[in-house]
Design a protein around this ligand. Structure first.
Ligand code: ZN
Length: 168
């Protein structure tokens, strides 16, 4: 349990009022979100947005949304201080790139699954009548990278060759 919180009346000022060197009123709009024991939280927000803008934005919001707005401003301000050019856009676009890479990997893996299923059903049909495919031995000679690209081509080829051959 912390005992450093704001006491009624003779309280120590909140982090915002302390930095702005002003008296922290009982109804200070900053006090609930910028406690005295977290001085850095307000410093960057003040540097990036300006105290009066933060004050205005908080006043315009219903009380239940203010805490979310403050976390967002703190995050954006810290990102802006870390990366003055891109701010949190830098983080967003690097996450977007990760998503793109992972989606490509997922698509490749799904194509591989389709390919394997088709080979499996082809092997089953081979047991009855259909002659063996000539493409498979050469794929074993290639490296893992070219092979997966090759497999992708094969999936497309096989799909175009007509479903009747592979579906029982
Ligand atoms: Zn205050």
């Amino acid at each position: 349990m912390k005992d450093t919180g704001r006491k009624q009346g003779t309280a120590s000022p909140c982090a915002a009022c302390k930095l702005l060197r002003r008296r922290c009123a009982q109804d200070c709009v900053f006090a609930p979100y910028f406690p005295a024991d977290e001085p850095h939280k307000f410093a960057n927000v003040h540097k990036v947005f300006g105290a009066s803008n933060v004050n205005k934005m908080l006043q315009e919001l219903p009380v239940h949304q203010r805490s979310d707005a403050v976390s967002s401003m703190v995050y954006e301000a810290n990102a802006r201080v870390r990366d003055p050019v891109y701010g949190c856009v830098g983080a967003i676009s690097s996450l977007q790139q990760q998503i793109d890479v992972l989606q490509t990997q997922l698509a490749l893996a799904q194509a591989e699954v389709v390919h394997m299923r088709m080979r499996q059903s082809a092997t089953l049909s081979n047991l009855t009548e259909i002659p063996t495919e000539s493409g498979s031995p050469s794929s074993k000679l290639m490296g893992p990278h070219t092979r997966s690209l090759f497999s992708l081509d094969m999936v497309v080829e096989q799909a175009q060759m007509g479903e009747s051959m592979w579906l029982c």
